[in-house]
Design a protein around this ligand. Structure first.
Ligand SMILES: [Zn+2]
Length: 676
């Protein structure tokens, strides 16, 4: 037992009820397997159906059809509706980000975090805590309360994992890396400039640039510092951060084709163009507590420069600081059974590829490894046969589609014929791997059993970025400081900023702003920190006006109208958890999306810019009607337009559990049970 565990074990015992001491699970006549594949597009499946034999076979004897999504068709929103069977107005998740209305800042939207507390900066007296922002009861909890055992693998937004009497859960999308982000990779290089190393080069969606400094004595030896979690005992001043760092040594081998990488007593020799095995990273938080992480290096170059990629550091499954599974020991058992794996929710290396630190091949090697690992756990769990409902969510389909859409869309600014000849089939390859998983699960399905394969939304190409805040400025809804001194607005461009978090915004005159992936918020009096718009008639009129006007906007380069819809939130949501909903939810036609800069509250000069990033496919601010996911089942579905919100009530009906009143979805009705 490591010292963290020794000290925190007692604390956890105080707050965690004991697992597995309840009555035994109910025997059911059949089982259900629910396979989630994030972002699988029904049109692409149709197009490639001949190459997906297991899906094709199920489509002939059972069902292949579109599955309705949520508004917006964004993964956290849709998976929250999947889990709870409720609309976003009830589960309260509207985006990856939520806004801090007091300070106009974006924040991670999925969980609240409470820091651990220490006595004398050393003795832990309170363990760190995360609180799920998803409201309502996930189906695995509801089924559990009726004696139905479930196994739930990499469940999105299941953080912390809910206590179950009969089953087990492992948290997926939403689990942060050791630094508390969705995945900050490290790029270590011996030739970084001062600009590369400045704070400007580190973005919310990027990585940390780390200088490999040449040793004073030995010209083949380099030193670097890897920064991990912030020190919870310290309160940083603005612009400061107290991250705990550990040293790394990299030594170039004699023939310069490999390097030795040394971290805290571990040493591996890794060739250029190869991955290391797992490394452990121990970040000490005072003398008694440490945060344990795991990651792997990829050696990009050994000569003339030394360049390494280090994946975001996951919490060590052998020793997570807060429960990322239920029972808490479940991930530790998986770790013992299968060896180390990533616990990070956003599991694939999208940011490293998007910033072009790693290439397509390296990205895919890691992605398929992650898929293999989850498949193995899933199949072993089904074979063990201890539950009635098995659910698992794979996100490789989504990550690959985000990164490779440019290579199936010749009109994308980043289309590249050479790359397309090598990786134009990357999305298809991941779909084929999905099809293999489905095939192996089908072998384990009997005539009494129910198989539901679903995706949470579809996909679109993303060629052009829409800067929503810039549109608001250009249309007089947002004001930047200094605009008055230049009434002709000739120098307006000087006032915009490529940075983030609303630089120069004059809140005393701004009526609206945008944050996240498609929301416009009204600067409402009494709600926003410096709100100026009166609730009632003024608010209603403003919402109507912006909705009307933004739909008329035309892309100056091609005359297209990027916006399909601008929804008023009360028209699309019902419920008691609408605090984080945008007043207006934008939806874009295929080819367009809100810019990354808008997502983080920036105001760059142009309304429309070409998307020059490898992140080239998207869905997050697309229209609900055009972005359905897919549904495959071993049974024939009679319901004409099923939606992801219907999955939870379908399982309730299947296992004879009364559907709670709060649930908005309706059970899907099936025709005859199909025998393979
Ligand atoms: Zn996605």
């Amino acid at each position: 037992m490591r010292r963290t565990r020794l000290l925190l074990a007692l604390l956890w015992l105080l707050v965690l009820p004991l697992a597995g001491c309840g009555s035994s699970a109910r025997q059911t006549k059949g089982k259900a397997v629910v396979l989630g594949f994030d972002g699988v597009d029904p049109d692409l499946v149709k197009q490639w159906l001949d190459e997906l034999p297991h899906i094709k076979k199920l489509s002939q004897s059972g069902t292949l059809m579109p599955l309705g999504t949520t508004n917006p068709p964004e993964s956290p929103v849709a998976w929250a509706s999947f889990a709870t069977g409720t609309n976003p107005g009830k589960h309260g998740i509207f985006d990856f980000l939520k806004r801090d209305a007091e300070h106009y800042l974006p924040d991670i939207g999925l969980v609240e975090r409470e820091k651990p507390e220490f006595l004398f900066d050393a003795i832990p007296i309170k363990a760190p805590k995360v609180i799920n922002n998803r409201k309502g009861t996930p189906y695995w909890k509801q089924l559990d309360q009726h004696g139905i055992a479930t196994v739930n693998l990499r469940m999105p937004l299941e953080l912390p994992a809910e206590e179950l009497e009969h089953g087990r859960s492992w948290s997926g999308l939403g689990v942060p890396d050791i630094g508390g982000t969705w995945g900050t990779y490290y790029y270590l290089a011996s030739d970084l400039s001062a600009w590369d190393l400045s704070e400007n080069s580190n973005t919310e969606f990027g990585g940390r640039q780390v200088l490999l400094e040449l040793d004073g004595q030995k010209d083949s030896l380099f030193h670097a510092q890897i920064e991990g979690p912030t020190d919870p005992r310290k309160t940083p001043e603005p612009g400061q951060s107290y991250r705990i760092a550990i040293p790394v040594e990299v030594e170039r081998n004699q023939d310069s084709t490999a390097v030795s990488i040394r971290v805290q007593g571990q040493e591996q020799n890794v060739s250029e163009g190869a991955w290391s095995e797992w490394y452990s990273f121990q970040f000490d938080i005072g003398p008694f507590v440490s945060a344990q992480g795991v990651s792997r290096f990829y050696v990009l170059e050994t000569f003339p420069e030394v360049r390494l990629y280090l994946m975001p550091i996951s919490f060590d499954p052998a020793d997570p600081p807060f429960p990322i599974s239920y029972p808490e020991e479940y991930v530790e058992d998986l770790n013992e059974r299968y060896g180390t794996f990533k616990t990070l929710g956003w599991i694939h290396e999208t940011w490293g590829l998007n910033e072009e630190q790693i290439d397509e091949e390296v990205f895919l090697q890691d992605l398929f490894r992650n898929m293999d690992s989850l498949e193995r756990t899933l199949l072993d769990e089904i074979d063990a046969g201890q539950a009635s409902v098995y659910s698992a969510v794979f996100t490789a389909t989504d990550s690959a589609s985000h990164m490779f859409y440019r290579l199936i869309d010749p009109q994308h600014p980043r289309y590249d014929e050479q790359l397309a000849s090598q990786y134009g089939d990357a999305i298809l390859r991941v779909y084929k791997r999905m099809d293999e998983v489905i095939g192996k699960v089908v072998q384990r399905i009997g005539p009494q059993d129910l198989l539901l394969v679903i995706s949470d939304h579809g996909f679109h190409t993303w060629r052009r970025e829409f800067n929503t805040n810039t549109w608001l400025v250009r249309n007089g809804y947002m004001f930047l400081k200094g605009m008055d001194s230049d009434p002709a607005l000739k120098k307006l461009d000087h006032m915009f900023s490529g940075g983030s978090f609303f630089p120069n915004v004059d809140w005393s005159r701004s009526k609206a702003y945008s944050l996240g992936l498609g929301h416009i918020y009204i600067n409402l009096k009494g709600r926003e920190g410096q709100g100026i718009v009166e609730p009632g008639a003024e608010y209603d009129q403003l919402v109507r006006e912006i909705r009307h006007k933004i739909l008329q906007f035309e892309d100056p380069d091609n005359g297209e109208r990027p916006l399909v819809n601008a929804y008023y939130y009360k028209d699309i949501y019902t419920g008691d958890n609408m605090e984080h909903a945008g007043d207006i939810q934008l939806s874009f036609k295929t080819g367009y999306r809100t810019s990354w800069q808008t997502a983080l509250g920036a105001v760059p000069p142009n309304i429309i810019v070409a998307n020059l990033k490898k992140w080239s496919g998207d869905h997050c601010a697309s229209d609900i009607e055009q972005t359905s996911g897919f549904l495959v089942s071993n049974r024939r579905v009679d319901t004409p337009n099923p939606s992801i919100i219907d999955i939870a009530p379908t399982l309730y009906k299947e296992f004879g559990v009364e559907i709670p009143q709060r649930v908005d979805g309706k059970p899907i009705s099936f025709g005859s049970v199909t025998v393979r």
